[in-house]
Design a protein. Structure first.
Length: 267
């Protein structure tokens, strides 16, 4: 993963999901999100960084995913600066959400920190050097990109380690002339939370003061299985995900990524 000051943060050795709960309870929690307020939700850690990485030529998809978990994961786990760390492993060679332009990335790691200076501290740490040397074994360094955001949590996905939900990540560009973008983001998030089978949902906005961010907002929604994802995402009616998105987003400028989330550092 690439972030501020040339920081590369790669992966993790295992999936670690914390807490207790059931799929049924999480579905109910998401469906119960209030629609009477424009709030995006509970504000999370101060900084959430998305990185976008293209696999190194010559690696198979399977080799990429395995290498991302280890050795990079083992090395990343030695750096003590991150509040949370998640790998979003793309599904398929070109992870695609129907109706949205895909991106050329195979992985989107995310890291949460209290402040950007924590990223600089990680780079300066001697433990970072072997991680940086191994970057070129995994992805194309010069084509990596990143997005700095503040996250707003709507509901939390299941905590069962053996359960791997489908995750739709929507990177949104605002439709020209749209007012109250944050309010539209909140309504979109709440509407998604009411769809059958949704078990996790967060939204994020670019960090205040970000210079020309790649996107104007991010919504991530997890489904309990493939059937529920497909029903929500292929519905071309007024209550379908894409129809809701079209009310405030520039579809051509927005991007979609279909993944499975692997939590690595999680409270």
């Amino acid at each position: 993963m690439i972030a501020a000051s040339g920081l590369y943060l790669i992966a993790s050795p295992s999936v670690v999901l914390a807490g207790e709960g059931t799929v049924a309870a999480d579905v109910a929690k998401c469906a119960g999100i209030s629609t009477s307020t424009a709030s995006l939700g509970e504000k999370g850690q101060k900084v959430k960084v998305y990185a976008f990485i293209i696999k190194k030529p010559g690696l198979t998809d399977e080799q990429f995913h395995a290498h991302w978990r280890d050795p990079h994961g083992t090395l990343t786990a030695t750096l003590p600066y991150f509040k949370r760390y998640v790998q979003n492993h793309g599904i398929g060679s070109l992870p695609t959400l129907p109706g949205l332009t895909p991106m050329p990335y195979l992985g989107i790691p995310t890291v949460w920190v209290d402040q950007l200076s924590d990223l600089e501290a990680a780079v300066a740490d001697p433990l970072y050097a072997p991680l940086d040397r191994d970057v070129d074994e995994l992805y194309i360094r010069d084509k990596a990109a990143w997005l700095f955001t503040t996250e707003y949590s709507r509901c939390v996905s299941p905590t069962n380690k053996a359960f791997a939900p489908i995750k739709a990540q929507v990177f949104i560009k605002q439709k020209p002339g749209t007012s109250d973008f944050e309010g539209h983001m909140a309504e979109f998030s709440k509407a998604l939370g009411s769809l059958p089978g949704v078990i996790g949902l967060t939204a994020a906005l670019p960090l205040q003061g970000s210079d020309a961010p790649l996107f104007d907002g991010v919504v991530e929604v997890s489904f309990e299985d493939q059937d529920h994802f497909e029903a929500a995402w292929t519905d071309d009616g007024p209550d379908g995900a894409l129809a809701m998105l079209d009310t405030f987003a520039d579809r051509d400028g927005s991007r979609g990524f279909l993944s499975r989330e692997e939590r690595v550092i999680w409270p």
